[in-house]
Design a protein around this ligand. Structure first.
Ligand code: NAD
Length: 360
């Protein structure tokens, strides 16, 4: 029996997670998914319930669970809190405590939504790439860091970009494994022509490919070129692996290629494949409580959970295909509707996915 922690969070979080949970229940009833669910507060909801964005019992549940489904955290009512108590600390705390170092950010553009992209449909329609971003190391965490005053009286800011061989190896391994589950092509992105840290990155990734994953076609690309190629010809990529900061930037650029923030899931994994699954979007306070949020990114996060933590790739594909069918049928929440299209709310969208699932 798989134990799944459900952390709905704030804003639209509870609304979209409710729809994803309907999908999980349908998988239980109709497709033999063996799972139990337990809910806990996180983010602003955690602060309101227990005075902390990551209450002790929530962290304990997350530790015990085989996988975590998270909605979103944050909202204006918590912005004045001191930094350590703000909602995003709930997320950062979970990533750090559970050592979720491998962040999977797919950029998928369903052909039915090709008009949503700012790029020409021919360039992006059918796009399906996976960016694997190192999440717990690199320049965002390296020490020393700070702002200091030099002898000449000028202040200077400084950070440290550092990756150990073992950190590079474990994110590399994670990416090679994912490439094996897809088209066996991996592009490693670095800046090895300028940074020593990248030089080591390239050396370690190359050795891993040669020694352990000779069946995966490995290529290397400098990050500036990768940014250019993502916009020029994004479909040339399948799986990309890169550092924390490069991945932060490239994965947002790739997400925007699809033009629909309400459609994109993500996963953060540890070295044993346990993971936290969440939509890439935030808590959308501007539409919270209206029942119009797009639940598909969260439902697609469930599909990722089935594939990467629960080892149920067939069920994952079923969920993804059900989403495709719903889009084929013309159903749209307001965020993905073209002008003149009729729109539905979150619950109707969730119900439609379930009907499509049951019809498979
Ligand atoms: P956001 O992603 O919440 O919203 C950006 C825009 O996209 C808004 O107009 C919103 O209505 C729309 N949107 C987002 N998700 C949608 C969905 N599922 N369906 C329809 N429309 C959707 O980003 P923001 O406005 O910059 O941030 C709002 C809050 O969310 C902030 O408190 C921020 O800190 C937090 N945040 C949380 C996460 C997370 O939980 N992982 C990520 C980003 C931002």
């Amino acid at each position: 029996m798989n134990k799944i922690a459900i952390l709905a969070g704030d804003g639209i979080g509870p609304e979209i997670v409710a729809e994803a949970q309907k999908v999980l229940h349908c998988l239980q009833q109709a497709f033999g998914l063996s799972a139990e669910f337990e809910h806990a507060p996180v983010g602003g909801a955690g602060f309101d319930a227990a005075g902390h964005p990551l209450p002790g019992p929530t962290l304990a549940l997350a530790r015990q669970a085989d996988a975590i489904l998270l909605g979103s955290v944050g909202g204006p009512q918590w912005e004045q809190l001191e930094r350590d108590l703000r909602p995003e600390q709930g997320l950062l705390g979970l990533r750090a405590e559970l050592e979720l170092f491998s962040n999977l950010r797919p950029a998928i553009l369903y052909p039915q939504l090709a008009d949503a992209s700012t790029l020409k449909p021919g360039i992006v329609s059918g796009l399906d790439i996976m960016i694997v971003r190192e999440l717990t190391g690199g320049i965002y965490f390296g020490k020393p860091r700070g702002i200091r005053t030099r002898d000449d009286g000028q202040r200077e800011g400084f950070n440290t970009l550092v990756y150990s061989e073992s950190e590079i190896e474990r994110i590399g391994r994670s990416a090679f494994e994912i490439a094996r589950k897809r088209s066996r092509r991996l592009c490693s992105v670095d800046k090895a022509n300028v940074l020593e840290c990248s030089e080591l990155w390239r050396e370690v990734i190359s050795a891993l490919g040669r020694d352990e994953y000779p069946d995966v076609e490995l290529s290397h690309m400098y990050v500036d070129n990768a940014a250019m190629q993502l916009v020029r010809e994004p479909k040339q990529f399948d799986v990309m692996v890169t550092t924390n900061m490069f991945g932060d930037i490239l994965s947002d650029a790739a997400a925007m290629l699809t033009g629909s923030i309400g459609m994109l899931p993500s996963a953060s994994l540890d070295s044993r494949g346990k993971g936290m699954y969440e939509p890439i979007h935030g808590s959308a306070p501007d539409i919270a409580g209206q029942g119009i949020a797009n639940p598909l990114a969260t439902i697609l996060s469930v599909a990722m959970m089935l594939r990467y933590s629960l080892d149920l790739p067939e069920l994952a594909t079923r969920v993804e295909q059900a989403v495709g069918k719903v889009l084929d049928s013309g159903l749209r929440t307001p965020d993905i509707a073209s002008p003149g299209m009729q729109t539905v709310g979150s619950a109707a969208m969730g119900d439609a996915v379930i009907s499509a699932l049951q019809a498979t």
